[in-house]
Design a protein around this ligand. Structure first.
Ligand code: CDP
Length: 222
């Protein structure tokens, strides 16, 4: 069977960067499932769906056509043919994505797309998110749960935003939003953020990016 590397963890654990780098190094496809939840949220907001109304979100979530390009050297995401990789990182989507991701019909639809991406990945796939090891790929070859201290995660996110030229007031607001989102993602009923029983825990607080990538690549190559 093709290799599936399932990587889960909270925001700011370094998940996206690490997962993409591991995929590139091992010649595997790469899937950012958070981008799919963000793309769904972007479409809801663009189409005036009340994202606080779970019933309305459930009814609407079958409409957008979401396509993830899984090349580790340049992942892409489109909604109805439109490239949304920029807008899905904006504060509006970030503030609402946890509410949309908590709706079971949304998860059912996106999980199906995620499994489809793994099926067509020629050499295998590195998939990152919140429920890769627990729900989407229970038979994954390797499961990793990435964590970092809250301070380290907040510091990383702030550095990312600062590098993009975001002002300090927004950075403080985004930090508060991040804590709120982690709490929501961990406490929701459907597929909460959790470490799978057979996942390897990697705490990245004191490790460099290179060290984390080496450790995960070694697990896959074992
Ligand atoms: O960018 P960041 O790491 O903060 O988050 P993300 O990976 O882009 O995911 C955005 C949001 O999507 C999360 O806060 C979750 O609410 C949701 N998500 C999820 O529910 N399940 C996944 N497998 C991936 C993301």
């Amino acid at each position: 069977a093709p290799v599936v590397v399932a990587i889960d963890g909270p925001s700011g654990s370094g998940k996206s960067t690490v997962s993409r780098a591991v995929a590139a190094r091992l010649g595997l496809s790469f899937l950012d499932t958070g981008a799919m939840y963000r793309a769904m949220t972007w479409w809801m907001l663009a189409n005036d769906v009340d994202v606080t109304d779970a019933e309305a979100v459930a009814v609407a979530c079958g409409k957008p056509v979401i396509v993830s390009g899984t090349d580790a050297d340049g992942p892409t995401i489109t909604v109805d043919g439109q490239d949304v990789s920029g807008p899905i990182r904006g504060p509006e989507v970030t503030a609402q994505v946890s509410a949309v991701a908590a709706v079971p019909a949304v998860r059912a639809r996106l999980v199906e797309l995620q499994r489809g991406c793994a099926e067509v990945a020629e050499r295998g796939i590195v998939a990152e998110g919140r429920d890769m090891g627990t729900v989407v790929f229970p038979q994954a070859t390797v499961k990793v749960f990435l964590t970092a201290s809250e301070a380290a995660r907040a510091e990383r996110r702030a550095a990312e935003l600062r590098a993009k030229g975001v002002d300090e007031a927004t950075i403080v607001a985004m930090a508060a939003d991040l804590a709120r989102r982690d709490a929501a993602d961990s406490s929701r009923e459907t597929a909460p953020l959790a470490q799978a029983a057979d996942a390897v825990l990697v705490d990245t607080s004191e490790l460099t990016l290179e060290q984390v990538i080496d450790r995960i690549a070694a697990l896959v190559e074992e």
